[in-house]
Design a protein around this ligand. Structure first.
Ligand code: GDP
Length: 307
């Protein structure tokens, strides 16, 4: 499969923050030939709607509609949440009004029998995004976390429990019955480069790789596979990467990231000195549009030099 310009696609695997920022930079570099495969194990059904946080954040970034807070649509209002609160509802999951509209429509499309792949594509098209944002699977997969001696759903752990570690278990419920959408397999097979974005390796990227058939497809592709490390200046830019790496027995450095993707990578992009794999050492902080474009361009050039 080729993108709209007939060039083999650049595939980015992404969660919602680091991977999404890299995807936005890659849009500048690869244009509409970008295909993002996003984590859907964080999805949640709430307020009769279907929220797909990672694919939506990627879509909002690609549409230049991401809010400055790092989630949701820029300029969104929160009247529905205010209204629910006034009615005595426990509003634990905050969704903007337009965001809710998107998620309500998605729930309806899924009830009508549309696949998640189709529902995401419709939303992306409505927001003017021409690159593709695919789910890792059309079947439901849900991350659950074992912390403080019990299993909790991922969003509850993140929001109600404010991601308070230590984490003692992670499982992806439903993963064995999931499979990559045909569009994802085609993009991987025909890609010119595959980039694992700088997302949380344990809860954002691992679910994607654990979808049966996904890792095999990556290994079978002739395209080089490179990862961009989410560790910047020796630490985490945002989110609970640390307790999850600790649970997985991975160190908080390039070594740990390479170990997380053992057997899959041809190269690693990191700001640390690293010589276990072919590595590109560069500043990987993506604080503005110019930095996002630079990191994406350097990563793509590096990947293509390995093929
Ligand atoms: P989530 O789905 O919103 O939790 O986010 P991700 O899993 O996609 O991203 C979380 C990771 O992104 C953290 O480990 C951050 O260190 C990393 N991250 C955020 N911004 C940047 C950045 O500008 N550069 C790099 N290299 N990593 C980043």
């Amino acid at each position: 499969m080729t993108g709209t310009t007939g060039v083999p696609p650049v595939v980015v695997l992404a969660g919602g923050t680091g991977g999404a920022k890299l995807a936005r930079g890659m849009l500048d570099v690869a244009g509409d030939d970008l295909v993002v495969i996003a984590n859907t194990a964080d999805d949640v059904e709430v307020y009769e709607s279907h929220v797909s946080p990672d694919p939506d954040l990627v879509t909002f970034w690609l549409a230049d509609r991401i809010d400055d807070r790092g989630w949701g649509l820029a300029g969104d209002t929160f009247h529905v949440m205010d209204g629910l609160r006034e009615l005595g509802e426990d509003v634990w999951f905050n969704l903007g009004d337009r965001d809710l509209a998107l998620c309500l429509r998605r729930a309806r499309r899924l009830r009508e029998g549309a696949t998640l792949t189709v529902a995401l594509a419709e939303a992306a098209a409505a927001l003017g995004v021409r690159a593709r944002v695919l789910p890792m699977a059309d079947q439901p997969v849900r991350t659950r976390i074992f912390a403080r001696r019990r299993w909790v759903a991922f969003q509850e752990f993140m929001i109600r429990e404010q991601a308070q570690g230590p984490v003692d278990g992670v499982e992806f419920e439903g993963i064995h019955a999931a499979s990559p959408p045909a569009e994802a397999l085609e993009a991987i097979a025909s890609a010119r480069a595959i980039v694992i974005g700088p997302s949380n390796p344990v809860i954002s990227i691992r679910p994607i790789l654990d979808v049966p058939g996904m890792a095999d497809a990556l290994r079978a592709s002739a395209a080089p596979v490179v990862a961009v490390s989410p560790i910047v200046g020796g630490g985490v830019v945002k989110g609970p990467t640390e307790p999850f790496l600790a649970w997985a027995g991975l160190s908080l450095d390039a070594e740990g990231i390479a170990a997380a993707y053992r057997g899959l990578l041809d190269g690693l992009v990191t700001d640390e000195p690293f010589d276990r794999l072919r590595a590109l050492r560069t500043d990987t902080m993506m604080g503005d549009a110019q930095a996002r474009r630079r990191v994406a361009a350097e990563t793509l050039r590096f990947a293509e030099s390995l093929s």
